[in-house]
Design a binder for this molecule. Structure first.
Ligand code: ZN
Length: 571
């Protein structure tokens, strides 16, 4: 655990800053890029037992925050305690921004330090490995181990430390974070005892045991079967913070309530998926006659998020578990956080539409259309070609399209999602008509700029740029001389069907050269789109949730006690 003072002093001496750390006004500006949003979730329908369970899960998640701080950086917990003591304006601003990033590096600025005396950027192995260990050190050590211990050293749930003779060793999470995990397990067991839902009780009981045994397998299986008003994801999951090897899982928690209305709507869409597949705008020979069972999707509202689940840009959807053994046996599950999507929509998409759409079109930008389209995107990942045959060889689009697959598949889901909703409107399965169509296409247009405004680094953004240019070239989107953009409703449906046809055909034929040609020509920012994006500098980058319902259900401070400079509204 953090050998606090000493480490900070040593790092302080060694740290080199390209620019001086931001002062209080600069920090306030950085903080303002994450728009605060009060998160209120209705808990009135929960049984008394479930309300108790919810409170224990929120308390457990706060313990988990502590573990995550330590996983993120060895100096983090000592720095956090020091910031909590600092009552000066700069100290308060640093504490606030530290909490939003769960560390002293600004995530949306490529993890640059905003507090003096810390390393200039986040250590690539976080605190999963000794900071002085190189990749080669690890690999050399690994080669000396018997196979079973190699698996352990590379596993999700161990940290690598130096023993007193400075040799490397792997320590299970259950030992490395023993006091915190014992508290976490006790709270999760209390939640299990309080709920009367059998699937939740089973998951929580097994997960509490996993925190102490370090064996998460049975509880991951139980999570796949979870079917309850309280939907919770809690434990070590994603490995993105281990940038050295991508082996080690960070603790995160999402305490959520199932959204009954959207869950019903999703089930309804799912029933019509085969009909959409049967009408996809592609050569009929590529259509899948009988779709396989789709992965489950849950729509939930977030009451509280912690650890790796709550820093920097907020998670709006996730797909878990990552353990291949579980995925092989039970598949994986996709969770959509509806109220987080709504908050992002309100704070980023609506302001973008006010800058880039005409006043008449702005009123057609609507959350319901946006969320319908997100659900359609997720569902239509399951449509189209997945197993293909090329010259008698069985293969799949991912293998054939290689590095281009990610961007094309995301674009395919975006476009097939629009096509699917239009198809459902046309066959009267969902309410359609000119107004519904206006809202769908106008909202998707505004959403494209939200994705592009982050740059073209990730696959989704490159796929988005390609769609934008294709639809502009086909006349479905129009760029006006006054700098606004609009949908041409006489052309958009055909443009979308044409684009979907081209994308589905590239996947069906595994045509890497064709895909490369298309992406090279279209996955770029053309001048008019670049100019539009440059006008979005005042739009918040993302949101900072304030968990009001969580604080009401599980108050953080005993009544009458004053918090000593803690982030009163930070988490
Ligand atoms: Zn997707």
């Amino acid at each position: 655990m953090p050998k606090s003072g000493l480490i900070l002093v040593l790092l302080g001496a060694a740290a080199v800053h390209a620019a001086p750390p931001p002062d209080a006004p600069q920090l306030q500006k950085m903080i303002a890029r994450l728009a605060p949003v009060p998160m209120r979730v209705d808990v009135a329908h929960l049984s008394a037992g479930d309300r108790t369970a919810l409170a224990r899960l929120i308390e457990a998640s706060r313990v988990l925050d502590d573990i995550f701080l330590d996983q993120f950086w060895s100096g983090n917990r000592a720095l956090y305690r020091r910031l909590q003591q600092d009552q000066t304006p700069i100290g308060r601003a640093r504490l606030r921004y530290f909490w939003l990033n769960k560390g002293p590096w600004s995530e949306i600025d490529g993890y640059t330090a905003f507090i003096p005396g810390v390393p200039a950027t986040k250590p690539s192995g976080a605190n999963f490995y000794p900071e002085d260990m190189s990749k080669q050190d690890f690999e050399k050590w690994l080669a000396t181990l018997p196979a079973a211990r190699q698996e352990d050293a590379k596993g999700f749930y161990t940290v690598i430390r130096r023993n007193p003779s400075r040799a490397l060793e792997s320590i299970p999470y259950s030992a490395a974070y023993k006091p915190e995990l014992e508290r976490l397990a006790a709270l999760v067991r209390d939640a299990a005892a309080a709920t009367s839902n059998a699937t939740l009780k089973k998951f929580l009981t097994l997960r509490a045991a996993a925190f102490l045994s370090n064996d998460y397998y049975a509880s991951d299986l139980a999570w796949m079967d979870l079917d309850a008003p309280i939907d919770v994801t809690i434990g070590p999951y994603e490995t993105y913070n281990d940038q050295l090897f991508g082996y080690k899982a960070a603790f995160e928690s999402f305490v959520t309530l199932r959204d009954e209305k959207e869950t019903a709507r999703l089930a309804f869409y799912s029933q019509h998926l085969q009909d959409v597949e049967d009408h996809l705008p592609e050569d009929p020979k590529y259509r899948v006659r009988k779709l396989g069972a789709a992965s489950p999707i849950r729509v939930v509202n977030e009451v509280f998020a912690a650890g790796d689940g709550s820093h920097g840009v907020q998670t709006a959807a996730y797909n878990l578990p990552n353990d291949d053994r579980v995925v092989q046996q039970k598949g994986s599950k996709r969770i959509l956080l509806k109220n987080i999507q709504q908050a992002k929509f309100d704070k980023t998409l609506v302001p973008i539409s006010k800058i880039l759409l005409s006043p008449a079109d702005q009123k057609d930008v609507e959350f319901e259309s946006f969320f319908n389209w997100i659900m359609a995107h997720e569902l239509t990942h399951g449509l189209g070609p997945h197993e293909i045959e090329l010259g008698g060889r069985k293969t799949n689009p991912r293998l054939e399209l290689k590095d281009l697959y990610g961007g094309l598949e995301e674009a395919k889901a975006d476009v097939t999602g629009m096509f699917a909703l239009q198809h459902l409107m046309d066959v009267h399965a969902i309410p359609g008509g000119p107004e519904a169509e206006r809202k769908l296409y106008t909202t998707v247009l505004a959403s494209a700029f939200r994705t592009l405004h982050f740059g073209l680094q990730d696959a989704h953004a490159r796929g988005q740029a390609m769609q934008m240019n294709y639809l502009l070239d086909k006349g479905g989107y129009v760029s006006r001389p006054d700098g606004t953009f609009a949908v041409d409703f006489s052309k958009i449906k055909k443009a979308v069907a044409d684009l979907d046809h081209d994308l589905l055909t590239l996947e069906a034929t595994g045509d890497y050269a064709g895909a490369k040609k298309m992406m090279d020509a279209l996955a770029i920012l053309r001048p008019e789109v670049k100019r539009a994006i440059d006008r979005l500098s005042s739009v918040p980058t993302d949101i900072a949730p304030i968990f009001l319902t969580a604080d009401a259900v599980a108050p953080r401070v005993p009544k009458g006690r004053v918090r000593p400079g803690g982030p009163a509204k930070a988490d």
